[in-house]
Every structure is written in structure tokens, then in C-alpha cells.
Design a protein around this ligand. Structure first.
Ligand code: AFP
Length: 294
């Protein structure tokens, strides 16, 4: 798998992103009728909504059929599936599905790795997220940079319009959003949060993709930190943290688990969790200073 010629890698990433884009209008259209719990939990022990199942099944079938995709893994499935020879694809099919009942933002996250899963973030060759907001947008990161597209349904499937060719975080940070409950934040993170909240505007919607997109658009910091009772935080390295870290770093920002670059976190398990802090480099540097000084 590793050492795939660059031209092949780019073509496979394009094919994977095309599947995500073509599926987005169908996933969005399926949401209204799937706002109920499926009755099952995912491997992380979280409630699975009917919409999670729909998105996962749709994307699994289509991504497994992409030429030169050899491995597929999902936040909703116990272990990766061998689907042939080629790159590895890891997805969170519907991020923020708890927001479905309250009709708030949700997303789909995908990472393409040139290594067997679980893989290091350094093995990512592409990543993307779809944001189901007032409009459907898709942010795509490759070695060439980050672009934003508007994705709309069309008679023959989907209309994709690139609205920003080279997305970078603004120089001046504006917003922040921190997950978990304040009483569960370790003291060092709480002290950092108090500094940040005196400087920036709170934007927290409960879906990582929506909250990260605020940071990408306006500059700032998003974190789902280590908690007193969950030292590895909540977000999954393979499906959420690595792809988001790759996107933010390709856009000129930074991503940390509190101690090191997220992309350097050693992969130990497919569903391993990791504290995630991403955004403007200056704010991530301050976070690491705050956490390592304790
Ligand atoms: P769901 O997919 O279960 O809604 O979880 C979303 C998520 O994984 C991530 O998108 C959010 O940043 C985080 O959880 C929100 O967690 P809290 O509900 O604890 O704030």
C-alpha cells in the first residue's frame, strides 16, 4: 500500500471525494425520516441513529467499490473491511447525529490513508468533510491545499461548485468552541479556556464538523479536550481527529492532542480516542504551553 505512485494517490483521493460529494444530497434527503434511534450502539458505545445507519451503509457500499481502495473502516463498524488492494478509507458517516433531533449542523468526515488501519495521521494523503448546514458544503484537503465546494442535488446526481480554491485560516482569531462539561475539564484546560473566553466569541454547536468549520472560516480554536473522567477525550483518532487535523494544518493552522501534533499520535486501535485541539497556530501553541506547564 505505502509507496503508491503520487498520480495514483491523487486519482484515488479524487474518486473517494467524488463518492462523498455524490452521496451528500442523498444523505441530506434521508435525514427527515431517520431522526430516531436505531436501537443499537456503535463500537464506542454511543447511540446510533437511523440516519447513522443509512449514511454508513450507503457510503460503505460505494467507497468499497472505488478502484484502488483496499480497506474501509467506519466509526459505526467494529473493524476495518478488506475490500481489495489500495488505499485505506476511514469515515465518520454522520458526525453530530445527536443534532438531528434539534435540527442543528451535522457532517460527514473522511480520511484517506496510504497505510493499513489503524494508521498514523502522517499517512493521510487526503481528507474531507461535508457540512450539512443551511447549505451543503464540502471542504477537501490534499497535499496541494484546501478547497471549499458547494454541493447541490442535480438531475444527474450532484452539482459541485468550487467557491474557494485555497482556504486558509484568517490571521486574526475570532471564535472558540470547547466540548465536554466545564466541571469535567482538568484545571489547566479550564484556565486556558478562561483566557480564551475573555478574548474570543463562543461558537459551539455540538457537531465537530460545524464547530471546526467556524474556526476554518473565522479563525480561532475548537477543542474536545481530555476530561477528568475521560483522559483520552471523546473524538476518534482515525475517523475524526486525524482528518480534521490534516485539513486544518493544510489550511495553515495547527492541531494538538495537548502535548504533540495530532498527526504524530501513535495509532493503537481503530476506535482509539484522543483529545483534539485545532485552530490558529498561536492559540494551539498557548494551549500546549498551558497543559505542559502543569
Ligand atoms: P454525536 O455524533 O453522537 O452527536 O457526537 C458528535 C461528536 O462526536 C462530535 O461531533 C462533537 O464535537 C462531540 O461529539 C460533541 O460531544 P458532546 O455532546 O459531549 O458535546
Amino acid at each position: 500500500m505505502s509507496g503508491t505512485p503520487d498520480r495514483d494517490v491523487a486519482a484515488v483521493v479524487d474518486s473517494v471525494v467524488d463518492v462523498i460529494a455524490r452521496s451528500a444530497p442523498e444523505i441530506r434527503a434521508a435525514l427527515p425520516g431517520r431522526r430516531v434511534e436505531s436501537g443499537t450502539d456503535n463500537p464506542s458505545g454511543e447511540t446510533v441513529m437511523a440516519a447513522d445507519v443509512y449514511a454508513d451503509d450507503l457510503l460503505a457500499d460505494r467507497l468499497a467499490a472505488v478502484e484502488r481502495v483496499g480497506e474501509f473502516a467506519s466509526e459505526e463498524r467494529e473493524s476495518p473491511a478488506d475490500v481489495g488492494d489500495g488505499l485505506a478509507v476511514a469515515i465518520d458517516p454522520l458526525d453530530g447525529s445527536s443534532n438531528l433531533r434539534s435540527n442543528n449542523a451535522m457532517g460527514t468526515v473522511v480520511g484517506v490513508y496510504d497505510a493499513p488501519l489503524p494508521a498514523s495521521g502522517r499517512d493521510l494523503v487526503g481528507a474531507a468533510y461535508v457540512l450539512y448546514g443551511p447549505i451543503t458544503t464540502m471542504v477537501v484537503a490534499t497535499e496541494d491545499g484546501v478547497r471549499e465546494e458547494v454541493v447541490e442535488p442535480a438531475d444527474d446526481g450532484v452539482d459541485r461548485t468550487v467557491v474557494a480554491e485555497s482556504v486558509t485560516l484568517p490571521d486574526d482569531p475570532t471564535v472558540y468552541g470547547f466540548g465536554g462539561r466545564v466541571p469535567d475539564w482538568p484545571p489547566a484546560f479550564e484556565a486556558y479556556a478562561r483566557e480564551i473566553e475573555s478574548e474570543l466569541k463562543l461558537r459551539y454547536g455540538g457537531a465537530m464538523v460545524g464547530d471546526v468549520n467556524q474556526v476554518l472560516t473565522y479563525g480561532g480554536v475548537f477543542a474536545y479536550p481530555a476530561l477528568e473522567d475521560a483522559p483520552n477525550g471523546k473524538l476518534r483518532l482515525q475517523f475524526e481527529a486525524n482528518p480534521i487535523a490534516y485539513i486544518i494544518e493544510q489550511a495553515g493552522g495547527a492541531a494538538s492532542d495537548g502535548v504533540q501534533d495530532v498527526l504524530d499520535v501513535p495509532p493503537e486501535g481503530v476506535h482509539q480516542r484522543v483529545p483534539l485541539h485545532v485552530g490558529s497556530t498561536s492559540l494551539i501553541d498557548r494551549l500546549e504551553d498551558a497543559l505542559v506547564s502543569t
